[in-house]
Write a protein that binds this ligand. Structure first.
Ligand code: 5RP
Length: 236
């Protein structure tokens, strides 16, 4: 892999690689979605190719991670064929000091939540720009909604005090459609004082499939940094 001079890319590469190095032979691995875990999947493939890592199977959290796993030679399985996940490695859009997360920047938070919550060990990989004092500071909460319920869900979210915005596609006219065929509403809240309650409240709106608040589920956060031009990784 070519090493990038872009500091954010460098942090992502470094932390993605550090997480891939935590995976042991024989493991069932949750494969997260996003640009950071793309490096993890690539490094897992490298370790398999070199023979240093053996007999792992991955559970993808999106079409993206499925495609990357196939590209880099990481064998895949499904939740129907296994009874546990040893380790899941996934990115995040925000991480607070309690290791609570906002995820869903890639509209994959529903499958990510299923896989990440099942894992015995859930490792989060982020660059240092993702750390916040309070969730919602820089990133809206993604909410996956079934298409026929989009209007009542948007109205219900407004009543809760959120500012919803339907996520639109890039290089695709119209809204983003998730891997499940649903839409995503990005919701800005002035303050998220109680992420545990907000996660439940949003999921209680009829028509909401899942939201991107992840609470009390993370085992370890690995943070990629660049100090004096050199990439490094620290634990939260
Ligand atoms: C996708 C996600 C990603 O993990 C999150 O958006 C972080 O992505 P990146 O590693 O590209 O910054 O939740 O739904």
């Amino acid at each position: 892999m070519s090493v990038s001079a872009d500091p954010v890319k460098l942090m992502k590469q470094e932390v993605g690689k550090a997480a891939a190095n935590l995976v042991k032979s024989g493991s069932i691995v949750g494969l997260g979605t996003g640009s950071t875990t793309a490096y993890t999947i690539q490094f897992l493939g490298d370790r398999l190719k070199s023979g240093e890592l053996k007999d792992i199977v991955g559970v993808p959290t999106s079409f993206q991670s499925e495609v990357l796993a196939k590209q880099y030679g990481v064998p895949l399985t499904t939740l129907d064929a296994i009874d546990h996940i040893d380790i899941a490695i996934d990115g995040a859009d925000e991480v607070d000091p309690h290791k609570n997360l906002i995820k869903g920047g890639g509209a994959a938070h529903t499958r990510e939540k299923v896989v990440d919550y099942l894992a015995k060990e859930f490792i989060v990989v982020v660059d240092s720009g993702k750390l916040v004092d309070r969730l919602g500071s820089s990133f809206a909460v993604p909410v996956e909604v079934i298409p026929m319920a989009i209007t009542p869900v948007i109205n219900a979210i407004k009543k809760l005090g959120g500012q919803p915005e339907l996520r639109m596609g890039v290089k695709k006219a119209g809204p983003v459609i998730t891997d499940q065929g649903n839409m995503v509403v990005d919701v800005t809240f002035e303050n998220i004082d109680d992420p545990v309650t907000l996660e439940k409240t949003l999921n209680n709106i009829p028509g909401v499939l899942e939201n991107g608040i992840f609470v009390n589920c993370v085992s370890q956060v690995l943070i990629g940094e660049v100090i004096d031009g050199k990439p490094s990784v620290r634990q939260m």
